[in-house]
Every structure is written in structure tokens, then in C-alpha cells.
Write a new protein. Structure first.
Length: 122
């Protein structure tokens, strides 16, 4: 995978998946949990994107982001991944089959982990 960096405004994505959950904790606490790499691996910031030539076998470049909104009794977390399939070869073939389920799993897992962590800390 390429290095993670700041999103480039010219990048366009062909696919997006978003998961929205309600979390019974204030936005600053949810942000702190999502911002901690021990909880989310290399996903450390509000928005992160691959740079250079990615070497993920089922995704081309991708960008993950989240938005926190204060709501009554907690936070609305909208977590999304936007991505492209690999441009050619075996990666493109694999990506056509498993990229969508993988993207859904990844986003749902991160959202669920955040929700569970905040519920158990309450």
C-alpha cells in the first residue's frame, strides 16, 4: 500500500460505502477513540487516503473518512470508504469480486468497534 497522506482534491472515486451509527458518548470522546491508532490500526485521522501506487490486492487507491455530529444523548458517527478497483491484472479481477464486501466489512467493523468501546466505557 502507498503511504497515507492528505487527500488530493483531484482524486475521484468510483465506489463508496458508508455506515452510520449512534454512539452514547460526546463527540470529543468518540473522536479521541477513533484518532488513537491502537484502536483503528493505521486509520488515524478524520480523513486519510492512499498515495502513490497502492499494493492492496483487492482495492486500488482509497480514502476513509468520518464525520461526528452531536445528537441528543451522544454522537452520530458516519464512517465512509471511497475507493477504486485496481487498474489491471489479477487485482482487478479479485477486486470485482471482493472489494465491495471487504469495504463493507472494514467500515462496519470500525463503526461497531467504536460503538462497543463507547458503550463499555459509559
Amino acid at each position: 500500500m502507498g503511504l497515507l497522506g492528505v487527500a488530493e482534491p483531484s482524486m475521484t472515486w468510483t465506489r463508496t460505502f458508508e455506515e452510520v451509527v449512534s454512539i452514547p458518548a460526546p463527540p470529543p470522546r468518540v473522536f479521541a477513540w477513533l484518532d488513537d491508532p491502537r484502536n483503528t490500526g493505521m486509520h488515524q485521522r478524520k480523513k486519510w487516503q492512499t498515495t502513490g501506487e497502492p499494493r492492496v490486492i483487492i482495492l486500488g487507491g482509497f480514502e476513509m473518512s468520518f464525520v461526528l455530529t452531536a445528537v441528543h444523548r451522544g454522537t452520530r458517527l458516519a464512517l465512509a470508504i471511497s475507493y477504486n478497483l485496481p487498474p489491471r491484472g489479477v487485482g482487478l479481477l479479485r477486486g470485482r469480486v471482493v472489494a465491495r464486501p471487504y469495504a463493507q466489512w472494514c467500515v462496519r467493523r470500525m463503526a461497531r468497534d467504536a460503538e462497543l468501546a463507547m458503550r463499555s466505557a459509559a
